[in-house]
Design a protein around this ligand. Structure first.
Ligand code: ADP
Ligand code: MG
Length: 262
């Protein structure tokens, strides 16, 4: 039956967004100023798929992510995560922003434990889980350090561990490496690929960088003016290297195509 197969395809997508709009309203003097941030976004992320969202500043990338995270309500449209309509935040979605916003008076391990506690994870599971994911991001030697004692890259790794520790099906990352220097950024991209290959999740990854998107993603979604402008597959074998992206003709063509779309 057609109805059943449509239903099935909806419920098997990790993220399914249809005709999403978002209007921000702000009072300025006696007027209401409206910003049409999203003008009908359609987007799908399949289980275990890594999708990058690229586009110029102000095109609505963060707004899309916040609506999926349940931090913002949509004006119209529908957002479904693993078959369930999004009505607020939840532990099925882990979020990583540009700044990790760690609690400075708590150690690295305590930061993760606190977040697990807030998410309602039973007490007995919190420390083992914190240690497991801190190991995964390579911070086992720093669990008792305070955030102020870590470099920016290490703090961001704590942020990633905190999101992973919720064991969400979906990981939402908004320019997570945007505040890092170039070398640390390259290192973190490699780390993220290693983690993702070990712990496959569905990832929606916002970035300004086409190179970063090509290095990491199965698919690149290009946004402009609050809409999806293009949806491009990245059929390059993994593991990928920066050199390969530069030297491989197919990868070069893909990069040119994406640059023209931006
Ligand atoms: P991006 O992440 O792609 O840079 P955003 O989603 O942050 O874009 O913003 C999309 C549009 O919505 C921009 O025009 C921005 O100025 C506007 N906007 C974002 N957040 C707010 C807000 N809280 N109030 C009003 N306008 C906003
Ligand atoms: Mg943004």
């Amino acid at each position: 039956m057609a109805a059943t197969s449509v239903e099935a395809s909806i419920t098997t997508d990790a993220i399914s967004i249809a005709n999403l709009t978002k209007v921000y309203e702000r009072i300025s003097g006696r007027e209401i100023v409206r910003t049409y941030a999203l003008n009908g976004v359609d987007l799908t992320v399949r289980p275990q798929e890594f999708v990058s969202l690229v586009g110029p500043s102000g095109c609505g990338k963060t707004t899309v992510l916040k609506v999926i995270a349940g931090l913002l309500g949509p004006s119209t449209g529908r957002v479904v995560v693993n078959g369930r309509p999004v009505t607020g935040t939840g532990t099925d979605r882990g979020v990583v922003f540009q700044q990790p916003s760690l609690l400075p008076w708590r150690t690295v391990r305590q930061n993760i434990i606190e977040s697990l506690s807030f998410a309602g994870i039973p007490r007995a599971q919190r420390k083992p889980r914190a240690d497991k994911y801190l190991e995964l991001v390579g911070l086992t030697g720093f669990v008792d350090h305070y955030p102020g004692e870590l470099s920016g890259g290490m703090q961001q790794r704590v942020g990633i561990a905190r999101a992973l520790a919720l064991e969400p099906q979906v990981l939402l990352m908004d320019e997570p490496f945007g505040a890092l220097d170039a070398i640390t950024r390259q290192h973190m991209q490699a780390e993220l690929m290693r983690i993702w290959s070990q712990e496959k999740r569905s990832v929606l990854f916002v970035t300004h960088s086409i190179e970063e998107a090509l290095l990491l993603s199965d698919r690149v979604v290009v946004m402009a003016d609050g809409k999806v402008r293009a949806d491009v597959d990245v059929p390059i074998d993994r593991p990928r290297s920066r050199a390969e992206l530069i030297n491989d003709p197919a990868a070069r063509d893909l990069r040119t195509r994406l640059e023209e779309l931006l």
